[in-house]
Design a protein around this ligand. Structure first.
Ligand code: ATP
Ligand code: MG
Length: 264
C-alpha cells in the first residue's frame, strides 16, 4: 500500500467516512496445519479503520484458516501481518489480544457451565481495573444478555449464545473484531438479529472482519469483501460491487451454479 493510497478517504455504502488509515494488512500469507501442506497459499487481506470487511468463499477455501492465522492460532510460513506498526507473525493469541484484536471462533466460543455474567468476566481477563462500566455497555447493547445474566451459557439458545460470544469479545473493546460465521445454524430471524448487531458494533467504531457463509447478506452490509478460493483471495472489492459481479454471483452467490449455491 503506497502512501497516496493510504491517505485516500474512502466512503462506505452509507456515506460514513472512513479515515483511510490502514489498520491491518496481511500480505502473501502462506500457512497450514500439517508440515508440507499449505492451506493459505498467498492470501491477502487488509482492513481500514472503521471498516466492515467480509470474507466469503466455498467450503474449505481457507476462510477460517485465514481468521485463525491472523489471530496467531496457525503458524505463518511466509508473508507478513501488520497491525498498525506491529508485525503479528510469530505472536500468540494472548499477545495479539493485548494489541486490540478479538476473535470469535465458529464453535466452542462460550463456557457452557459458567453463567452469562461469568462468561463476560472471562472475556475481560486481560483487562486491568474495573470492568463494570464496559460490562454495563455490553448489557445495554445486548439486552438479552442482561436478562439472562445469571443463567448458565449452556442453556442459552443458539442465537443467544452467539450474542454472548460476541459480547465476550467486546469486553476487551477491541479495535478489530474477527467473527467466524456468526450466523451459522441460526434461524432466518436470528440471522437478521446477528447481522444488525454486527452493524451496530461496527457503527460504534470497531473494525470488523466477518467470515460468512451467508454470502449475499454479508456482502450487503460490508464496506469491502474478499472471495477466497483455494487459499487465496480470488476477488476483492466493495461489497456492493462483488454482489453485482456476475462471476462472483455465478460461482459464490448461487446464481446459476447449483453446487455452490447449496450452502447459502
Ligand atoms: N486443524 C486442522 N488440521 C488440518 N487441516 C485443517 C485443520 N483445519 C482446517 N484444515 C483444512 O484446511 C482447509 C481449509 O479449511 P478452513 O476451515 O479454513 O475452510 P473454510 O473456508 O473456513 O471452510 P468452511 O466454509 O467449511 O468453514 C480444509 O481443507 C481443511 O480440511
Ligand atoms: Mg470456516
Amino acid at each position: 500500500m503506497n502512501s497516496s493510497q493510504s491517505e485516500t478517504e474512502l466512503t462506505d455504502r452509507s456515506n460514513r467516512k472512513i479515515s483511510g488509515k490502514l489498520i491491518l494488512e496481511a500480505r502473501n500469507i502462506v500457512a497450514g496445519y500439517v508440515d508440507g501442506v499449505d492451506i493459505l497459499q498467498g492470501a491477502n487481506l487488509s482492513v481500514y479503520e472503521g471498516e466492515l470487511v467480509t470474507v466469503i468463499g466455498s467450503n474449505g477455501a481457507g476462510k477460517s484458516t485465514l481468521a485463525k492465522t491472523i489471530f496467531g492460532l496457525v503458524p505463518v510460513r511466509s508473508g507478513e501481518i501488520l497491525f498498525g506498526d506491529r508485525n503479528l507473525v510469530g505472536l500468540n493469541p494472548e499477545q495479539i489480544v493485548r494489541y486490540g484484536i478479538s476473535y470469535v471462533p465458529q464453535v466452542a466460543n462460550v463456557f457452557p457451565s459458567l453463567s452469562v455474567s461469568d462468561n463476560l468476566d472471562m472475556g475481560a481477563y486481560t483487562r486491568e481495573g474495573n470492568i463494570t462500566a464496559v460490562k454495563d455497555k455490553i448489557y445495554t447493547a445486548f439486552p438479552v444478555l442482561a436478562k439472562r445474566r445469571n443463567q448458565r451459557a449452556g442453556t442459552l439458545s443458539g442465537g443467544e449464545r452467539q450474542m454472548l460470544a460476541m459480547g465476550r469479545a467486546m469486553m476487551l473493546e477491541p479495535e478489530l473484531l474477527i467473527l467466524d460465521e456468526p450466523s451459522a445454524a441460526l434461524s432466518p430471524i436470528l440471522v437478521q438479529d446477528i447481522f444488525n448487531l454486527i452493524q451496530q458494533i461496527n457503527q460504534t467504531g470497531t473494525s470488523i472482519i466477518l467470515v460468512e457463509q451467508n454470502a449475499r447478506k454479508a456482502l450487503a452490509i460490508a464496506d469491502r469483501g474478499y472471495v477466497m478460493h483455494l487459499g487465496k483471495d480470488e476477488f476483492t472489492g466493495k461489497g456492493v460491487d462483488l454482489l453485482n459481479n456476475p462471476e462472483v454471483g455465478k460461482l459464490y452467490l448461487g446464481m446459476g451454479n447449483f453446487t455452490k449455491a447449496l450452502p447459502n
